[in-house]
Write a protein that binds this ligand. Sequence first.
Ligand code: TXA
Ligand code: MG
Length: 338
Amino acid sequence: METKIFTTAEITAAATALKSGELVAFPTETVYGLGADALNEEAVKKVYAAKGRPSDNPLIVHVADLASVEKFVGTLPADFLTLAKAFWPGPLTMILPILAGSLSKAVTGGLTTCAFRMPDNAPTLALIKESGTVLVGPSANTSGKPSPTTAQHVYHDLKDKVAGILDDGPTRVGVESTVLDLSDLQRPTILRPGAITQGQIAAVLDKPVFLDGHLVKADETPKAPGMKYKHYSPNAEVYMMPFTATVADWQQAIASFPRQKVGVLANAELLSKLPAGPQFPLGEKADVRSGNRFLFAGLRQLDEEAEVILVETFPATEKSAAYLNRLGKASGGKTYQK
Ligand code: TXA
Ligand code: MG
């Protein structure tokens, strides 16, 4: 199958492909998603095959309006509505119990709940509306690769496995959405950190919000303890540099791998002070938001060019939780030590 790149002027053609059960990757503000008609079980099954994803790992249903969520959930809880009003469209995924049988097992992985999200991307909201359905959308990478933040990343991983990719340029946020479990309304719990923080959610709900003890790896389900899905594991050895590292510390670290190609993923200001070699800028200056935006693109590129990748970190705060979570997985938790 030849993969077509749809421009944002070709939404009707992309919607037609989705309606006929084909896969079309779509842009969001976080990462690109691998879209299929959530109501077409055969189409949803193709998503798992294209990604090489374990089929009991549930999918997020992407909607363009609240009425679509209501169809599967029934009466929408007040806390859900409050959060949707505050953060949708936006990088918050909410898990709710669904009406029995309203979504196939291919979507829910056999759970009695489903994750819903309204992405903040105008072409994709138009695509959902025009396709007249709701779309499953796991990150559009091969399982085990970093999530794609450009249409080119999707093409690299899924060329000839999907009918099309709707190209809206690089994504703005860069890490996947915050996943919030609302299936127990007494205990709203973050399963995966994202750009929307625990504090922001707690402030809007005006009640405590919990963090899951073992936060979801980028590609894992938390409700299936013991299941160990493969997460992103680069070929290169990835090390987190302590956020306190000075320029001299970085130089020392780079020099400490004399027989290997060392790639550096850090802000441009810092890169300009380091020896030439494979580099990828995490934005202009040290900043967590730019870090989120460029982390996956940088890991993808440097994994092609280097055998060791040293990556900038930030002090652990709510705002850096998503960055440190994703980088922690990619590095296997390794911090560089002299
Ligand atoms: O930003 C995002 O969320 C992107 C864009 C494309 O929307 N999508 C995304 O999907 O990251 P995916 O499938 O790669 O990650 C969804 C995560 C998985 O860790 C999955 O296990 C979890 O959410 N999840 C989905 N439904 C769930 C449910 N009912 N209960 C618990 N976890 C669930
Ligand atoms: Mg993913």
